[in-house]
Design a protein around this ligand. Structure first.
Ligand code: HEM
Length: 147
């Protein structure tokens, strides 16, 4: 007989895959989590395609140059920028997550006195610094792409 998740001591996953996008009325960091997952999966897809496309080298100079002429099209330039932007976001947000997982930047615990300040809101400053750095780097790379 099948054992229910709740009987195994797990909380049932009532939201299912929808919970990836909308988990409830959370703060900004919940949406950074969704973006982290999307960019992580996007980068994984890119790396897989990148390695597969490099295999065209084995077909000789002609097959490689044919492929490169396809990648020279303007649509691919936009795609390349999106990969760079996804990497910038994923790397910086990943750095923030590591710091927080290790317990840094969380601030000191406070007694639960009304009006409550939950831990999500208390770690906001690092999120703003990170978002500003992402914007600055994304603009810098965009300028490098178009010039
Ligand atoms: C400087 C580079 C990178 C950093 C600092 C970084 C950091 C992280 C961290 C900390 C996590 C765990 C997030 C969490 O659950 O708390 C993560 C997840 C992940 N990363 Fe990266 N990462 C980097 C590059 C990459 C690259 C190049 C790829 C793809 C090839 C990638 C794919 C993923 C995927 C698929 C996940 C799982 C996402 C999820 O379960 O929601 N990451 N990354």
């Amino acid at each position: 007989m099948e054992t229910k998740a709740s009987e195994k001591g797990h909380l049932p996953n009532r939201l299912g895959i929808k919970g990836w996008v909308w988990g409830g009325n959370y703060t900004l960091e919940r949406y950074l989590y969704t973006l982290h997952r999307l960019t992580g999966l996007g980068l994984l897809l890119y790396i897989t395609l990148h390695l597969a496309m490099n295999g065209f080298r084995l077909g000789g100079v002609e097959s490689w140059e044919d492929l490169m002429s396809v990648f020279g099209m303007s649509g691919f330039k936009v795609g390349e920028y999106l990969v760079a932007a996804a990497f910038i976001f994923h790397a910086l947000n990943g750095g923030r997550l590591m710091l927080q997982h290790l317990g840094y930047t969380l601030g000191k615990p406070k007694p639960p006195v009304y009006p409550y300040v939950d831990s999500m809101r208390r770690r906001r400053p690092i999120v703003w610094v990170m978002l500003a750095s992402i914007m600055a780097l994304a603009i810098y790379v965009l300028v490098a792409f178009v010039t």
